[in-house]
Design a protein around this ligand. Structure first.
Ligand code: OOG
Ligand code: NI
Length: 470
């Protein structure tokens, strides 16, 4: 009998590989996207040794080719809390709260991901997870029908639930249990082309909002996209068209910069897929559904509250200046305005560091060991000024801490471009983090606190290492 427990990081890594393989068979175009991204990344690393070196220093180089994120949409509080327990088996915890109702998408969301830098480097897999807000549907009869349909479905296999319980009892899974868990957990994310609802109900749900039909009309929360990370999103966006993956009109997020910040994203449009609707007489009726797509992302440095406030201000300034939601017809103009407006955001790491706009790792520079040999008093360097002096001397280098999370305005843009939606919905922007956390069964982590912690710990480690004369 072998009761040695395997790490959650290992289960997460295996699971993300299995998920990617499944999605490539379900949506072959996603496989083409992976190839394109790998090609562009290899070229960037060859042409820009500085970028390669930076990724080596931060430990991100090995994870670059791994999966980055996927997304699912859930229907009930019970589904969300069980999903939290399922992700916990893989060391993934809810980070951040995103309210998308003000942008016309009736959900609120979190991202399940690993928390510490080392675990993230082992497997950065994350899942943007949304909970449908039926309370935003104004048609009471339809709301009731939707609730009934959701109450009748069970998105988890019995075996995965018992494995989750086993994980919670024994504090981990054996490798055999881990393998079984991966296989069973995958079932929840699989695509089902036979729906449990009639075409007639589906169409009424669709008329309310494409997202409601996508959640309520199906047996489970099919993974709706997977997103590899690219080092040059502009080049990939350009090539997507040629490779038969028409991209959305604009890249979401900040403009192209020397020193990337936060997150830039684009996607190819969702595919129209054949589905069979189960009518009341038990017969199936043909139809189609549009939900699944492919996305790419380019990640940059995580911003402090101060940096983020500036980002939010500039983004809304650019959108205000455009005077419309960015789309095909105004994309060129939008990109020009965005680039202009963002000249107000410093574009070198040292200034971003000095102005406390972004989070950084502090690392001792090997060749500078002798400069610091007289640095016996650690108290002395525990001020920002002293740390800056060491950076100027070349004893400490700073490296960007990559942003691991999402952006609500961008996420809304991704949602909108992938839903069959003619009309723009408007929801009363009553954000409800408390209700979300109640459904989740716990509070979400504050992402800013996590970055600050990583930064502080790296500074501590760096100073100790310098103080010891290494
Ligand atoms: C999620 C859309 C948001 C992102 O990367 O911001 C998203 C969804 O379509 O369910 O994936
Ligand atoms: Ni996404």
């Amino acid at each position: 009998m072998n009761h040695i427990l395997i790490s959650s990081d290992a289960i997460r890594h295996e699971f993300s590989m299995a998920m990617s393989a499944m999605y490539q068979t379900e949506v072959p175009l996603y496989g083409d996207l992976l190839d394109l991204v790998a090609e562009v990344n290899a070229e960037v690393l060859t042409k820009h040794p500085d970028i390669k070196e930076q990724l080596e220093h931060t430990g991100e180089i090995d994870r670059l080719s791994m999966e980055r994120h996927g997304a699912i949409r859930l229907g009930t509080a019970h589904e969300l809390s069980m999903m939290r327990r399922l992700f916990a088996v893989m060391g993934m915890h809810p980070v951040g709260y995103y309210d998308l109702a003000p942008a016309g998408v009736p959900v609120h969301s979190t991202a399940f991901r690993a928390i510490d830098a080392q675990a993230l480097n082992q497997s950065p897999f994350r899942v943007f997870t949304s909970l449908l807000r039926l309370d935003l549907i104004d048609d009471d009869a339809l709301k009731q029908e939707a609730s009934n349909a959701l109450a009748n479905r069970n998105i988890f296999t019995d075996t995965v639930i018992s494995l989750i319980e086993r994980f919670e009892e024994q504090g981990g899974l054996t490798s055999e249990e881990g393998e079984q868990f991966i296989k069973e957990a995958l079932e929840t994310f699989r695509w089902h082309d036979k729906t449990p609802v009639s075409k007639e109900l589906y169409q009424r749900l669709l008329a309310q909002h494409g997202l409601i039909a996508d959640v309520v009309g199906f047996k489970g929360p099919h993974i709706n996209h997977l997103t590899p990370r690219t080092l040059d999103i502009d080049t990939v966006q350009q090539s997507m068209q040629e490779k038969g993956m028409p991209p959305k009109a604009i890249i979401e997020g900040p403009p192209k910069r020397e020193c990337p910040i936060l997150l830039r994203q684009t996607s190819f449009k969702a595919l129209e897929e054949a589905v069979s609707f189960k009518n009341v007489d038990g017969e199936y009726e043909q139809g189609c559904h549009t939900a699944r797509f492919g996305e790419i992302e380019q990640r940059g440095v995580a911003l402090t509250p101060k940096g983020r406030a500036l980002y939010d201000k500039l983004l809304s300034q650019a959108r205000h200046q455009l005077g419309a939601t960015p789309n095909e017809t105004n994309a060129v103009q939008y990109n020009r305005i965005l680039a202009e407006v963002f000249t107000a955001f410093p574009d070198d790491y040292q200034t971003m560091h000095d102005k406390e706009f972004a989070y950084f790792y502090y690392q001792p520079v090997d060749s500078a060991a002798d400069i610091n040999s007289d640095m016996s008093n650690l108290e002395m360097v525990n001020s920002r000024q002293a740390v800056n002096a060491l950076i100027n001397q070349g004893a400490i280098r700073i490296e960007p801490i990559v942003y691991e999370d999402f952006l609500p305005v961008s996420a809304a843009g991704i949602f909108q471009s992938n839903l069959q939606q003619d009309k723009q919905s408007n929801y009363d922007g009553k954000s409800n983090q408390q209700e979300f956390e109640q459904a989740l069964g716990t509070n979400v982590y504050d992402e800013l606190a996590l970055y600050e912690d990583i930064q502080n710990r790296s500074l501590e480690k760096c100073l100790i290492s310098l103080g010891n004369g290494r």
